[in-house]
Design a protein around this ligand. Structure first.
Ligand code: HEM
Length: 524
């Protein structure tokens, strides 16, 4: 433990360690019976007690280190958090990591230890120190969960990530976004049609936002229409994945997660999803000529440019993983990322008709009597303020992606954080912290333009993360959010359906889903 496990990252080899132990134990039994005349029973007892003593030694050393010697012990924490990171997982039975973090910060202060080597930090300066352009911290072992599958987002090396990001960048340039907007508009039309069909009756608006965001992403990623908004159904692989993703809600250590993935049958839904993405990529590559002929570039057409001359780009593991990343980033299966924000925003608007009226008054002069697009409403302050409020109060990445402090450690405020510590800056807790926002529990879009005193620490707001590994799809997501919101508030009034709770109970599985939100739309 002292010379190996406590020094190196070992999370990739848990299965191997287990196998080596098992093989050594079996070999010892065999050797004792073959060469030393042990009876089978005595050999089993001797080998098992040696293995037991070895494990007791290794785990005993680990326990002594964690309970008495770990420099993190001086930081505020529940006692059990110093013993194991499973302590944190054990609190997450309700898939509410964001609420558990909030409760712990309330009890222990702005820095709290949530596992043997894990901290949660809500000081606003942590955003720049851990995620910003000059951050020395790197992505933690969390990003190795799916190895050997590695997408741009899970690349831990800054240099390798930077290179891959250069390949992605043109797909999110202004020029590319303008082309995508035509496709987004057609799905905005479909959403408005669905609302029109059910005017005056309660609808599961969050489910529709999910279907909408996947339809958009399918079209932008593969140039393919999944017709989910029309059919109301997701492809079976996505349904399966939704079930399989439950395990992410427990934030179990990477070594344990990888062990679970290795158990045949347990990760079948994950593998079905991987296959779905590979099949879709294969389809996309085979239909490239046809899609190009129809015009209107999609995200993959940009990524595929760097594979020109490669015979079977779909066989590249990294392209397969990147394809999955696009689907996950915009789809209803795991993340509901854009959909969560739309759901939260309309949940707030439905409780306050004056908000809808303010938005309408702002948007009418910008849109009336002409064919408008995102560029016409991009600067609308109340619209942007309302979207920011939805992102602040129900951030789609609520508990934050973890980072590992550099070996030399990091100072946050007055607190010294040792090297190789995993830290996270949870947006949900930070978004509701009175130290950063006045009336933090209130939905006040004006705080982002006419009442700046209500944002005390602007740097606390980072729903898309920041720096070179921050969200590359931010502008695309904002285009979707602004244009669909504008279409809906210009045409409809909205209120909560009878019986709809006045709180969103998000389920947090790294990204969150907002659950069902029933709304009633009426003609404006
Ligand atoms: C409201 C909507 C969205 C939010 C709040 C959001 C948030 C985030 C966050 C916090 C990260 C950083 C992840 C990390 O540190 O590991 C991220 C990365 C990323 N997002 Fe988004 N995202 C949104 C929408 C989208 C959309 C629509 C796309 C389109 C494909 C997208 C594509 C990506 C990609 C590719 C990355 C990885 C970037 C990299 O590793 O360089 N996101 N997003």
């Amino acid at each position: 433990h002292v010379f190996y496990f406590n020094r190196y990252e070992c999370h990739l080899h848990a299965l191997l360690y287990f196998q080596v132990l098992l093989v050594t134990w079996a070999a010892a039994c065999l050797a004792l019976t073959t060469f030393y005349d042990y009876t089978t029973r005595d050999a089993l007892t001797a080998a098992s007690s040696s293995a037991g003593l070895f494990l007791a030694g290794a785990y005993g050393s680990l326990l002594v280190y964690r309970v008495f010697l770990n420099p993190l012990n001086r930081l505020p924490r529940p006692w059990l958090a110093r013993v194991s990171s499973f302590y944190w997982s054990s609190r997450l039975g309700k898939m509410d990591s964001y609420l558990q973090l909030q409760a712990m910060h309330k009890q222990y202060g702005p820095i709290v230890r949530i596992g043997s080597g894990d901290l949660s930090v809500i000081y606003p300066e942590c955003i720049d120190l851990a995620y910003g352009p000059d951050a020395k911290a790197m992505k933690s072992s969390f990003y190795d969960q799916e190895l050997p599958l590695r997408s741009m987002q899970t690349m831990r090396s800054k240099a390798a990530h930077g290179q891959r990001r250069k390949i992605w960048a043109p797909a999110f340039s202004d020029k590319a976004l303008r082309a995508y907007e035509t496709k987004i508009e057609s799905y905005n039309d479909k959403y408005v049609r669905r609302v029109t069909e059910s005017i005056g009756t309660p609808v599961n608006a969050s489910n529709w936002f999910n279907l909408y965001s996947f339809d958009v992403m399918g079209s932008l990623a593969f140039g393919k229409d999944y017709h989910m908004l029309e059919s109301g159904e997701r492809p079976p692989a996505l349904e399966l994945l939704k079930e399989g993703l439950g395990v992410l809600a427990f934030y179990i250590p990477t070594w344990a997660f990888r062990l679970l993935l290795a158990i045949p049958g347990l990760a079948s839904s994950f593998h079905a999803f991987v296959k779905f993405c590979v099949d879709e990529l294969d389809w996309r590559v085979k239909h490239a000529a046809e899609i190009d002929e129809k015009g209107g570039k999609d995200i993959l057409s940009w990524l595929l440019k760097s594979y020109e001359g490669v015979e079977k780009p779909q066989a590249d593991l990294m392209l397969q993983a990147d394809t999955r990343l696009i689907i996950i980033a915009g789809s209803p299966d795991s993340s509901d990322i854009t959909a969560t924000t739309l759901s939260a925003l309309f949940f707030f608007l439905a409780q306050d008709p004056s908000q809808v009226q303010t938005l309408r008054n702002e948007l009418r002069p910008l849109t009336e009597g002409r064919k408008w697009s995102d560029v016409d409403i991009r600067q609308a302050p109340h619209l942007n303020g309302a979207i920011n409020e939805a992102l602040r109060m129900y951030p789609p990445v609520s508990s934050a992606f973890p980072r590992l402090t550099a070996p030399e450690g990091m100072r946050i405020g007055d607190t010294w954080i040792p090297g190789n510590t995993t830290i996270r800056a949870p947006q949900y807790v930070m978004g509701r912290d009175e130290a950063s926002y006045e009336d933090a529990e209130k939905f006040v879009p004006e705080r982002w333009y006419s009442k700046p005193h209500m944002v005390k620490r602007k740097e606390a707001f980072a729903p898309f993360s920041v720096g070179p590994m921050g969200c590359i799809g931010k502008n695309l997501a904002l285009t979707e959010l602004r244009t669909l919101t504008a279409r809906l508030v210009l045409e409809f009034d909205v209120q909560l359906a009878p019986g709809q709770e006045k709180v969103i109970r998000m389920r947090d599985h790294i990204t969150v889903d907002a659950g069902d939100i029933y709304l009633v739309f009426t003609k404006a």
